[in-house]
Design a protein around this ligand. Structure first.
Ligand SMILES: Cc1cc2nc3c(=O)[nH]c(=O)nc-3n(C[C@H](O)[C@H](O)[C@H](O)COP(=O)(O)O)c2cc1C
Length: 192
């Protein structure tokens, strides 16, 4: 394993093969995530992985949320029905959806610490996944802020922050690298 190579070569994956990742492998991948730095050893990350038939209620809750938010209309137009059918199919075809969440801290500094640690957990997990040939798409979408959505998936919206939903599976297509801005343009050494 060459961690520097993995950091550079990992890509966000948008299309997945119709093949589940073995549960033991998923466990292993997320275990690597847990080696993320975490202040006070809080290890705030929590993960729910929706897969197989477990995706059905989750996807239904997403569609209902999109309708509440106004991303999808709430009418009897056949066009709306078609859109719902195609979005449902698209989401159900993704082998795994991993919802990453953590308990809300009232103190804003603690809250930032927890959120930062969860993001480090996510990136560690993505890198570990890449080592095993598994791809991920890190998503942040409006339904994560919809209280009713949290209720629908049985999370306490008063106490829970959803950090991300990771779409997971074996890559169908690996995109080309998106070149990064030279670090010299963003890095300053203050020496005096
Ligand atoms: C917090 C966060 C949220 C993201 N949300 C989305 C998203 O909703 N949809 C999407 O296509 N990509 C999303 N991405 C992935 C970025 O588009 C991707 O990392 C970027 O294009 C660089 O590509 P690479 O990861 O292959 O290097 C997100 C990334 C981060 C860090």
């Amino acid at each position: 394993m060459d961690i520097l190579k993995t950091i550079k070569e990992r890509r966000t994956i948008h299309t997945f093969k119709q093949q589940e990742v073995d549960q033991a492998l998923l466990k292993k991948i997320f275990m690597y995530g847990t080696y993320a730095p975490t202040h006070y050893m809080k290890e705030p990350w929590r993960v729910k992985i929706y897969q197989g038939k477990g995706k059905q209620d989750f996807v239904k809750a997403i569609i209902q949320s999109y309708q509440r938010i106004g991303i999808i209309k709430k009418d009897n137009d056949p066009k709306t029905a078609k859109l719902i059918a195609s979005m449902t199919k698209f989401l159900l075809n993704i082998p795994h959806h991993a919802l990453i969440y953590f308990e809300i801290e009232d103190d804003p500094i603690r809250y930032e610490e927890e959120y930062a640690a969860v993001c480090a957990f996510i990136q560690n997990t993505q890198l570990a996944a890449w080592e095993f040939g598994v791809g991920m798409l890190w998503t942040i979408t409006p339904y994560m802020h919809d209280k009713e959505f949290l209720k629908d998936i049985e999370l306490d919206y008063m106490k829970t922050k959803i950090a991300a939903v990771m779409q997971i599976g074996y890559p169908k297509k690996i995109p080309h690298v998106k070149e990064r801005t030279p670090i010299e343009e963003k890095l300053t050494f203050i020496e005096k």
